[in-house]
Design a protein around this ligand. Sequence first.
Ligand code: HEC
Length: 139
Amino acid sequence: MVVNRSRLQWGRRLAVAAAAAAGCIGALGADAATQANGALLPRDSVEAAVFRGGLVYANYCVTCHGINADGNGRAARLHTPRPANLRASDKNNTYIAMIVRRGGEAVGRSPGMPPWGEELTDEQVNDLVAFVRSVNARP
Ligand code: HEC
C-alpha cells in the first residue's frame, strides 16, 4: 500500500491523534480510523500503523517535537539542542527506532531526547517509525 504523504492528510491525522489523546475522540477519530468505504483499516496495513503511531506521538512526543512534527513543541525552548525537526530528518527507520528506544545520550546525542524503550512496546515503536516516515518530507 502506498502511504499518502500529502500534508493535509498527515496534518489531519495528527489533529485527530491529538484530539484522541486529549480524550475527545468521537466521530472524527472514528472516521480517521476507517477507509473511505467505511471499513476499518486492515490491522497490518501501513495506514493503520501510521494512525496508531500518531496516537503514540500525540501522547509521548508532541510536547517537544510539536503538533507539526517540526521540532517546535511547547517544551522545545527548554532544550539545547532543540528537538529534531522530524519532517526534515535524514535518518533511516533503524536509527529512528534506536534513538526512540535508547534515547539521545546512548547514541551520542543530547539527553534531552528521552529513552522510551521501557515505556513503549515494540509495536508502538514500529508504529512511531511509520508515523515519522509518513510526515517526513524525504522519499
Ligand atoms: C523532552 C523532549 C523530547 C521528547 C518528549 C521527545 N523527544 Fe525526540 N528529541 C528531543 C531532542 C532534544 C532531540 C535532538 C537531540 C540532538 O540533536 O542531540 C530529539 C531527537 C529525536 C530524533 C532524531 C531525529 C533526527 O533526525 O536525528 C527522533 C527520531 C526523535 N527525537 C523522535 C522522538 C519520538 C518518536 C518521541 C516520542 C516517543 C520523542 N522524540 C520524544 C527531545 C524530545
